[in-house]
Design a protein around this ligand. Structure first.
Ligand SMILES: C[S@@+](CC[C@H](N)C(=O)[O-])C[C@H]1O[C@@H](n2cnc3c(N)ncnc32)[C@H](O)[C@@H]1O
Length: 218
């Protein structure tokens, strides 16, 4: 088993046991079920579990969160473990990944709702409703992601996209497109500073209004 880093206790608190169980499930079945690449097993804690959980720093108490494109469970599952006060919905279109997420929730006794569907679909939007915060990681470039996520954010709420080194370039490239779908100016910040060796880079966009309607000609 991959050793549990000391900092995990600080990040997950009372949820550490659930985090360990989730890591063990991924270690045992993740590669075989095509959920993670073989190289990810060694770095499950720092690159995935801890990196995901620390984004909770930017989320208020007891709010509703929708995680779009959860895949193997990131960032939604570690976030739900570290922050049991949140009401978390995991959205995932692929059946085998949605099945996995349900299995994880049942095995580690995690109180989340798994919904199968694509974030941009009307039926999905009607089903999940609006949230205070919509999270995502590695789902789409910022402009497209904003078009999918902001309609799920209540006015005054925000989307939080975990991004890598591309974050600032994406913001510079896509800020206008984000504004067209109702987003405020995107900002880039780090979560887990002073806790993780490599903090998590997050792009934050507030939903300021509904998407702009295209102007009619004439
Ligand atoms: C590269 S994986 C990332 C998975 C996970 N967020 C992570 O960081 O490990 C992208 C995920 O987004 C999902 N996805 C793709 N298009 C989507 C859409 N339109 N709505 C919701 N999820 C989507 C895919 O099925 C896949 O699970």
């Amino acid at each position: 088993m991959v050793p549990v880093p000391e900092v995990a206790g600080r990040v997950f608190g009372d949820g550490l046991g659930q985090a360990v169980q989730f890591a063990e499930m991924l270690e045992r079945y993740g590669v075989q079920r095509g959920l993670i690449g073989p190289r990810e097993v060694e770095r499950l804690w720092d690159r995935h579990l801890l990196n995901s959980a620390v984004i909770g720093e930017q989320i208020g108490d007891g709010v509703r969160v929708i995680d779009v494109g959860s895949g193997a469970g990131f960032p939604g599952v570690p976030l739900a473990i570290a922050r049991p006060d949140l009401d978390l919905v995991l959205v995932e279109p692929m059946a085998r990944r949605a099945d996995w997420l349900n299995e994880v929730a049942e095995s580690i006794k995690l109180d989340v709702t798994v919904v199968r569907g694509r974030a941009e679909e009307k039926a999905l939007r009607e089903r999940v409703g609006a949230a205070d915060v919509v999270t995502s990681r590695a789902v789409a470039p910022l402009a497209r992601l904003a078009g999918w996520c902001l309609p799920l954010v209540r006015e005054g709420g925000m989307m939080l996209a975990v991004k890598g080194a591309s974050a600032r370039d994406e913001v510079a490239r896509d800020a206008k497109a984000v504004a067209r779908v109702g987003g405020g100016a995107p900002t880039v910040s780090e979560c887990g500073v002073g806790v993780l060796e490599t903090p998590t880079t997050v792009v934050r966009v507030e939903r300021v209004r509904s998407a702009r309607r295209p102007r009619r000609a004439g």
